[in-house]
Write a protein that binds this ligand. Structure first.
Ligand code: PEP
Ligand code: MG
Length: 327
């Protein structure tokens, strides 16, 4: 099987009925960029910049951040890279940042990600400078984690705008293009997404956090790992409801949570109209194989009915459909 997946490296993920799917990888370390060549993926759809912070003994200085970002862009060559600004705090606490002084009872819902970055904005300013300078002459794609209300996206972008203006005022080179996106992983954002969409260049759905918040179920709790299914009507209806208006506006929507790296789950996402996945590198082969065996129009015709009147076990239904249609 592994050999069969390796053979797919040079083949594009196109469905049987001719729909080109974008399959990118999630990454976080310098060496992860090698996964692009190994898998033949379309780019890095989620670069978790906090990894550098987590593996460092001290806060990484701006120059070190910039070197990492430039190396990743170099390794990606002409393929896109989406950098996510730091998602630290909560369970990804940094020993040198002392956020845990607060003694959080619910770290996943605590002082993390953009909530930290907007308050300690020195951190965000340094990261913005590092990203903008690393991408000089190229395209910079940035996304913000845990956006819960539209103003948080605006405030984060403002920090980038100020750094961009500063660099321009020094007549230093800027990125050829800057694209800003939000991660949708807090359900509240879905309710106000229409207000934010006009200002977004892209949207990325983080199904790991989104699922834990939708079901109020800790994503790391072993007793809950099997309890709620990604292939439940609640998740799938939610994903369709948020992705449709974005797509109608021509805003690319990617799913970057672990869900997209599972074959049946990825098939369901395509059935919902999501055409961009960012997944763990090891899943690229199996997902490409699934895409290339899929008659997407046929699946979509079924999916609508299954979501309106969900069968008793949607996973079973999807699985039998997949088996009958040679996925
Ligand atoms: C997510 O929440 O789905 C996600 C992609 O981000 P992380 O797993 O890093 O929280
Ligand atoms: Mg997340």
């Amino acid at each position: 099987r592994r050999a069969a997946y390796a053979a797919l490296r040079g083949l594009p993920p196109i469905t049987k009925d001719g729909q080109r799917i974008t399959v990118m990888v999630n990454a976080g370390l310098r060496d992860d960029a090698a996964a692009l060549d190994l898998t033949g993926a379309d780019g890095i759809g989620l670069f978790r910049t906090e990894f550098q912070f987590l593996v460092s003994a001290t806060l990484p200085q701006r120059e070190r951040q910039q070197r990492l970002y430039r190396d990743v862009l170099d390794a990606a060559r002409d393929r896109p890279v989406v950098f996510r600004t730091v998602d630290i705090g909560g369970d990804k606490a940094l020993p040198y940042m002392r956020a845990e002084e607060l003694g959080e009872e619910n770290p996943a819902m605590g002082w993390r990600a953009l909530r930290v970055a907007l308050e300690r904005n020195g951190l965000m300013k340094a990261q913005a400078r590092a990203l903008l300078e690393a991408a000089a002459g190229r395209t910079l794609s940035v996304m913000f984690p845990m956006v819960s209300e539209p103003w948080e996206f605006d405030a984060a972008k403002k920090i980038f705008d100020a750094q961009r203006d500063w660099i321009a005022s020094r007549h230093r080179p800027l990125p050829a293009q800057i694209r800003y996106g939000a991660m949708l992983e807090v359900p509240a954002l879905a309710e106000c997404l229409d207000l934010l969409l006009p200002r977004l260049d892209f949207l990325s759905i983080g199904t790991n956090d989104l699922t834990q918040f939708l079901f109020a179920a800790d994503r790391a709790h072993p007793k809950l790992a099997e309890r709620y299914d990604w292939l439940s009507p609640a998740i799938l209806r939610f994903l369709r409801r948020v992705s449709q208006p974005a797509k109608e506006r021509g805003i690319p929507v990617t799913v970057c949570g672990e869900m997209g790296g599972r074959t049946l789950e990825a098939m369901a996402l395509l059935g919902l109209g999501i055409e961009r996945l960012s997944i763990t590198p090891i899943a690229v082969g199996p997902i490409k194989a699934m895409v290339r065996s899929l008659d997407l129009a046929k699946l979509r015709a079924e999916m609508d009915g299954w979501l309106v009147r969900p069968p008793a076990n949607l996973r079973e239904t999807l699985l039998s459909w997949a088996n009958a249609h040679a996925v």
